[in-house]
Design a protein around this ligand. Sequence first.
Ligand code: ADP
Ligand code: SR1
Ligand code: MG
Ligand code: MG
Ligand code: MG
Length: 412
Amino acid sequence: MGYAALTPDSLPARLGGLEALTGRIGPAAGWKVAEVGDGNLNLVFIVTGEAGAVVVKQALPYIRLVGDSWPLPLNRAFFEYHALVRHAARDAGRVPEVFHFDEEQALIVMRYLSPHVILRKSVVRGVQHGHMARHMGLFLARSLFRGSGLAMGGKALREDMALFCANHALADITENLVFSDPYFDARLNRHTAGLDGFIAPLRADRALRIAAQEMKHAFVAKAETLVHGDLHSGSLMVTAEDTQVIDPEFAIYGPFGFDVGMFLANILLGYFSQSGHEAASGARDGYRAYLLAQFSEVWAEFAAEFGRLWRSERTGLLYERSLFQDAGDAAGAEAALVAVLRGIWTDAMGFCGVELHRRILGLAHVEDMEAIADPARRWPCEARALEAGRIIAVMRHGLAVGDVAALVQDVE
Ligand code: ADP
Ligand code: SR1
Ligand code: MG
Ligand code: MG
Ligand code: MG
């Protein structure tokens, strides 16, 4: 049969013949199915049988958040599958295991993560996850380094670029929603009423509009590595011990700094939302400090692991050892590493700034802010995040890691 969207009722009959499921969770006659998708795009089912549970994720031919007025290709499941396979190889154990992929039905059967919770929900509740920052620094370094010309030869790299290049429909969403829509009166934009007075000056800031377009240019033109493409705190599932990275359907070749900056922005969105969640003024001060420490730790772990891989796994197309270590210039390789990391940080801050804006002014908002029910409490949190985003994006060339912590505290 051709593609058909699953329902909880149709799923057992449609997938009950698959050994990948029955071998893990038992016969279909005993399955219970719940659709739990809370993302913007797809269906997600938890299928529980007598011997266990799995997750079935299926793409819809349109954007779930908007409806069938905005069609979107089913092949995003193909790219998610291929990204999951690469992430599993590049940072073992950090993504859910894939048990089955059906390209025609645009569905992936994968490990059911339990008792994991979405990181963003923990941030709203003020819950700490002690290993998350280290795990994410390592994931970012390993996935980005090993997916790039630093580790890959030219043929393998270009074949992979060609494969993911076809994910242009998802890139198009990012190109519009992240880099352009927040900076003009785009049709699907929305914002909290109290922000009205902040938006015109933000959009009038020429340096900011130039910075946003410089970042869009970098996203389009710097095909440096395979990026996850949608690495926000709704794409992490965590426990006290574990961190799992899900939902890489936006995977494409892009800048090293893209995932880093988007993820760091989402830590800051959590930070700026805290005064909307605290029961009394200052009650979340400790949690704010924790989030800022997470911001710095993600970068520090990333930089340390990237440096380790630079020294031990730099066997690809770029910065060949024959030009440095083998020529007696190990210090030259270290100098090049410093420059590469500086470039990644600068780009990351540009992406961080625009992500702060689009999650407040664009179509796709985040629960950190949306869960603040009272708009009079929400808009001041959002206004502070907008201002921080503006400074971070415009000033990114001169910012150090510690400067960001200082400036967000100033803005707050
Ligand atoms: P979308 O692409 O629509 O954003 P996600 O992959 O982010 O979909 O999944 C939506 C939700 O489904 C997640 O927020 C999470 O609650 C749940 N989910 C997704 N994958 C898993 C998994 N492997 N195990 C448990 N829950 C999952
Ligand atoms: C219309 S899709 C909106 C957003 O949801 C996805 O998860 C991406 O973040 C995208 O920008
Ligand atoms: Mg998602
Ligand atoms: Mg979600
Ligand atoms: Mg998704």
